[in-house]
Every structure is written in structure tokens, then in C-alpha cells.
Design a binder for this molecule. Sequence first.
Ligand code: ADP
Ligand code: MG
Length: 623
Amino acid sequence: MINILSKEIYNKIAAGEVVDRPYSVVKELVENAIDAEATEITVEIEGGGKKKVRVTDNGKGISKEDLPRAYLSHATSKLKSAEDLFTVATLGFRGEALASIAAVSRMKIVSKRNGENAYALSSEGGLLGEVGEAAGANGTEVTVENLFFNTPARLKFLKSDMQEEGEVSNMMARFLLSRPKIAFTYYVNGKLKYRSYGDGPESALAAVYGAGTVEKCYEISAEKHGIRIYGYLGNQNFSKSNRSYQSLFVNGRFVVNQTVAAAVTNAYGAYLMKRQYPFFVLFLDVPAEIVDVNVHPTKADVRFADNQIIYGCVYSVVSAVLDGNSKALEYLVPVKNSAVQEEIPIPRAEVGSALPDSKPIPAMTYEAAKKELSFDVSPVGGRTPAPRLFVENEPFTMKVSAPKPDKTERDAFEENRAFLLEKEKKQQEKIDPATLVYKGELFKTYLIYEIGDDAYFIDQHAAHERLIYNRLVDRVSSRDVLSQPMLMPFVLSVNSEEYAFIMKQLPLLKELGFEAEEFGGTSIKISAVPLDLQRIDLDAFFGEILGSMESYNGIKIADLLKDKLASAACKAAVKGGENLTADEAKSLIAQMNGDMGLRCPHGRPVAVKMKKSELEKLFKRIV
Ligand code: ADP
Ligand code: MG
């Protein structure tokens, strides 16, 4: 016998499609508030949202007659005919959310339209009560309690309160970031967690990530081929140890997208340490015809018609921002309470407008862009490494010269190095080292030099690190590494798989300056290390190599080894706090060869410039 399901049961089942967790309840309710043109939205959750979710807005409200309809499925005020489907501008339009949530919770809506009375209507598991008069301000308040109380199977499926709360909070952060004109207030268990004021993106960024964040970011705004990229990009020193500080919004929607993430990460390239991830809040506005947002309604990914266009645009914009700043950072004096209000030193890079003679953006069609960017990047080896495209730094006519991978394995490390050096050459701030006058040292860390009306502070550690790095990569690439015998040989004991792996790499390790040999069983004796890496922590070094052993498949091992060697330069460099003799300081600056735009291999600046006039401002000699 075929049963016709009752409306209640049908809604209970359908609810799972729209709401599967507390965060989807919050999402639907907040989206409704946004659709109702609210400028202030308050979200409160308790018990990870399982116990209670309340969303209050100052939007246009629901009339007394509409109140019961809001609970019906397929009931929406946002769509009237099938044609509207193509023009719908609201976030919701299916009319499913409230009905679905109501079916699996105790829900109450209090709403008031401007000039009308406030009315309330409650439901329990989808069974409606009566509309009654209520008190309230203009707008709507939806309270959802005891989510899934009548569907124990779903309830069991939920994660802990903490985890559910975390997901709601992440989503709230995205709302704050993507809707900077709305004032959001967000409480967790009665405690204020986020508050934004609806006064713009900078303030929203501060609300989510803290007040200091904006100063560590570049604000970008660029447009290429009809693709607009804007938002905030952490500077070279502001990176995170995981990807959760990366927010991407494509046409206003939060998404996680590999192409864009890879483009940003690669643009940072040598600025980042291993396992460090750039911070970003990026908005990509792309023509609707080149993006498919409906990969999956609840999964946050998008598909682009052509990933290479997107990759190229994002990569070129981000690297232009990062590299355009590679001259010595200028010390800026923030003037507080002064008649002359100076700009706070937020590094900004308006890519489009800051570039010389910014012409109106030529209407570049997608097809034309595609032609211009036509090259092929084929995966090296079995894996699919992120394509490394070297995009020339031109504002509106983006030329891409991607090295065509030939049959032999590409030396990606070499390519990157050459690329970075080339770029650095273009932008470096060269001064004649002979004109630098050494003035002493501060805090055993910073060397002070005077040149004309400028003072330079040089971070001796960063400088040394960078010089070691340069020397090292030079030697490594010319296979001209000097070895330093160790006083006490180091014995590496590994399992048989790791042993086989290391043994295979022995010739290479030797070329790189290690002296290594079998030591019985599955042990390997290291008796000499590269001269520049005398202080290397061998345990950590080999641990790192072995830790990512499986991922070496198909990738040229030398690249990784060289890369590791280079990053180990840091450990070999003089630390801040170590005394340098005047002679050592002199030799350091001589080796820098007047290049004040250098950065350490982690992207920190080596030199910071302070103008005489800045100092005079501090002393109020000039204003
Ligand atoms: P949809 O958003 O797809 O239309 P919902 O089930 O989310 O469907 O909401 C049903 C209807 O209830 C909406 O179309 C809207 O008319 C009304 N509504 C819901 N939330 C609000 C709100 N916060 N303010 C004003 N109207 C609302
Ligand atoms: Mg809705």
C-alpha cells in the first residue's frame, strides 16, 4: 500500500535537506533578515545552537496575514512567477527554510511592520498555534528552540556543542565580512562574541579578527578582464599556521576554492615559511557566465569555466601587491591628536589606480582574456602540483609567459629563484654601500646607518639569513657545496622503508654537502654537513624530509631538499641579540651590496628606512 505522507511528516523529512545543523538554521534566518533589508541583525545562540537560536532584525517585517504563510513550505514573498527565477536577487526564494526549521523545532516569530502592530505566532514540530498580538520594535525576531527534538536520529548526528558553536561562529564571521554595511551583533551563551557597526569593511575586519589586523593587511582593489578582486591580504609577515584564516567570497558567496587558494599561496611564494598560510579576505566578482556556483547547494565551492584565467588574475594581482612593496619599508610617524591628521600607516595597494596612468579598464572579453592566457600547464609527475604561472606585472593587459614544461622534469626551484631574483632586481632599492655611514647598533639587533637625509635600520638576523640563503642556493644550484665534518657524527635510526628512501637519496645528499653512510641495520651515519649549515638540527631536518616522504612521489626530490636547506638558513644566521663586532657589521652590509629592498627568506624586511623629516616631526621641529 502506498501511503500519502502527512504534511508534518513530509516537512520533517524535507527539513534535512535545508537544515542539517544549527549553523544552517542560523544561515537561513540571517539570510531572511538580509532579504528583508535589515541594517541591524542580532544573532544569539545557546548550547551550540541546539538549545536556542534567535535572530532579530530591523527589516521590513511580516504582516499579520502573512505570518502563518511564512511557516508553509513553498511559501515565499520573493518569487511570483517562473520568470522571476532568472532575475531573483534575494538569497532565499524557495520558501522552504522556515517550514523546514519549524518542522523540527519549537519556533516563534514575532514581527512588526512599520506602522502596524506586532504579532507573534509559535509552532511546535510544525504545528501552528494562533496569531496573537505582541510587543516589539519594527522588524522580525525568530526564535528556534530545541532543534531536532522530534527527530532523535538527527539530533544524535550533531556534533558537540563546542563544535556546532564553532561552525556557527565561523559562519557569522563570514556574514560580518561579506556584509560590511550591516551592523551585526552575535552572542554565544549570553556572551558577546562579534559586533560590527555596519560602517564598512575595515571595521568588519577588525570586528572579526581584532583591531590590529587591518594594519597587517594590504587593502586591494583591482580589476582585470572584467574580474574584480578586492579585499584584504595579510602582509608578508602576517601568516597563519592553517588555512582557516582564508576567506573567499565569489560574487558575494563564501566559497572554498582550490584554484584561488593556490594562486594566492603561490604568489606569496618565498615570502612564506613552510606550512604557513597567508591570511586573506578576498572578494572576487566574476561575470555570472564564467562561474557555476551550484556545484552543490550546501557545499561551499564554485566551478569556474576556466581555472587558468582565475588563477592568472588572482596570482598577478596578489604578487603585484606583495612585490610592489619590496623596497625598504618606510617608517611612518602616526600623529595622534595633532592638527594635521596624518594617515595611519596601513599598507595599501590599490593595484588598479596606483599604477602609472591608469586608463579606464578596456572592456576585455572573456574570450580575449582566454586567448591571451593560453598556455598549458601540465602536471609534473603523477601528482597535480599547483600550476606556477609567472605573470608579468602589468595592470590591465595581462601577459602571461608561462615556461612551457618540456619532457624532462622542470627544475621548479630554479625557476622560482630566477623569477624572484628577476622581480627583486626590478624593484630593489639600491644605494651605494660606500655612502652608508655606520652609526652603531641598537638592542644588539639593529644596525643603524646614515645616508644623506635617511637613516636605515638593518635587522642583522634577517640580513644574515637572507645572505646565507642567497649563498646557499647559489652553491646548491652549482653543486659547489663545502662540507664541514662534525665533531660527533649523527646517527639516524629509521624504519626500513625510510632507510630505503634515504639510501636512494645518498648521492644527492652528498652533492648537497652531507657525508652520509650505512651504519648497520637501518641506521645511517651523518659525519659531515654543508658548511653553511653547521648548526642544522639534523633530527628535525630528516624528520621533515621523512615526514613528507610519500608526497615526494613524482616530484623532484632535489627541489625539496634544496628548499629545506634554504629554509634552514635561518637557523644558521646570527640571531638578534648576538653581538656583532663592528667589522662583522661592516662585512654584513658590504655583502648586502647596498640592496635595501631585501627580505629574509621568510619575507620579513631586512631594512627599514626612516627619513630625517620623520624624526623632526616627532620632535615637532616641523609639522
Ligand atoms: P524564502 O526565504 O525562500 O522566501 P523562507 O521559508 O526562508 O523562504 O521564508 C518565507 C517567507 O517568510 C519569506 O519569503 C518572507 O516573506 C518571510 N520572512 C521570513 N523571514 C523574514 C524576516 N526576517 N523578515 C521579513 N520577512 C521574512
Ligand atoms: Mg529564506
